[in-house]
Design a protein around this ligand. Structure first.
Ligand code: NDP
Length: 284
């Protein structure tokens, strides 16, 4: 069996075109241009690329973006002051702080400083709580993008066995909440899970969000399963790869996301969606 590919680039193009249309309508009818402010601290090359891609996606969709960059040794109070100013600026609808932050920062305190109404990454405790309660305001972009991908292929969710490998606040936990809300039976695996393959082989929907190159191999996958690879890793040769060994997995899975070109583009697309939603909400 060779799996069908779930193409995140193609789906992103469709969704982003729709978002651009909606942003243009908001501007035409209400004179509101959705605006995302991105804060980058330090010189991590991967973070710089992510921020550049986010800013470029905003521009392409007709959104406004603000990029605030700080050196690695900046005092946290300076960044917190900027967040307060952006919170108070009515022309700014979304604010995100690119993670990870340098050592001198308390990342949780920084995320809590962002107004929950502008927290388009969905990391503020208030928004995390709202998701837990089944009444989400902003859903973290990566799991939100995964749900869009599953919906685009009409993957049956009710009663499906969903196994998530990884329990981070950014991906694994919110992913579990979203799949649970769709009545999947959810299992979350992590580094202390005994017999990982026992769990992954039961999965109708398998989400890998670990950060270990190619650790999920074809023999760990149920035939016909939907396999979502969130991981972004580099091989020793410098090539991008996921947490799933694509070559062996595609022979077993029914549907599979590639890396690159799978979940990654959908993450940025959902960031745009959340920013547009934040802008629309200012209308009441
Ligand atoms: P974290 O490092 O925060 O979490 C990794 C999780 O994987 C942890 O829960 C950890 O378990 C678990 N884990 C580690 N080793 C194993 C193992 N051998 N077996 C089972 N579980 C294991 O990572 P993130 O969630 O932030 O990111 C995961 C991956 O997704 C990374 O490659 C990241 O680059 C990528 N990513 C991609 C995005 C996209 O847009 N495509 C967006 C965000 C992330 P424990 O909790 O026990 O330590």
């Amino acid at each position: 069996m060779t799996a069908r590919i779930l193409d995140g680039n193609a789906l992103s193009q469709i969704v982003r075109a729709d978002l651009a249309e909606k942003a243009a309508a908001l501007k035409a009818t209400q004179n509101i241009v959705p605006c995302l402010a991105v804060i980058l601290v330090g010189e991590d090359p991967a973070s710089a690329v992510y921020v550049r891609n986010k800013v470029a996606a905003c521009e392409k969709a007709g959104f406004r973006s603000i990029k605030e960059s700080y050196p690695p040794n900046v005092e946290p109070i300076v960044v917190l002051g900027k967040i307060a100013a952006l919170n108070a600026d009515p022309s700014v609808h979304g604010i995100l702080v690119q993670l990870p932050l340098p050592r001198q920062f308390d990342a949780a305190a920084v995320l809590e400083a962002i107004s929950p109404e502008k927290d388009v990454d969905g990391f503020h405790a208030e928004n995390v709580g709202a998701l837990m309660q089944g009444n989400p305001r902003f859903v973290p972009c990566t799991p939100c993008g995964v749900m869009k991908m599953l919906a685009s292929e009409n993957v049956p969710l009710k009663g499906a066995e969903a196994v998530i490998v990884g329990r981070s606040n950014i991906v694994g936990k919110p992913m579990a909440m979203l799949l649970l809300a769709e009545s999947c039976t959810v299992t979350i695996c992590h580094s202390r899970t005994r017999d990982l393959a026992f769990h992954t082989r039961r999965a109708d929907i398998l989400v890998a969000a670990v950060g270990q190159p190619k650790m999920i191999t074809g023999d760990m996958i149920k035939p016909g399963a939907t396999v979502i690879d969130v991981g972004i890793n580099r091989t020793p040769e410098g090539k991008l790869c996921g947490d799933v060994d694509f070559e062996s997995a595609k022979e077993v899975a029914g549907l599979i996301t590639p890396v690159p070109g799978g979940v990654g583009p959908m993450t940025i697309t959902m960031l745009l969606a959340n920013t547009l939603e934040a802008a629309e909400r200012t209308l009441g």
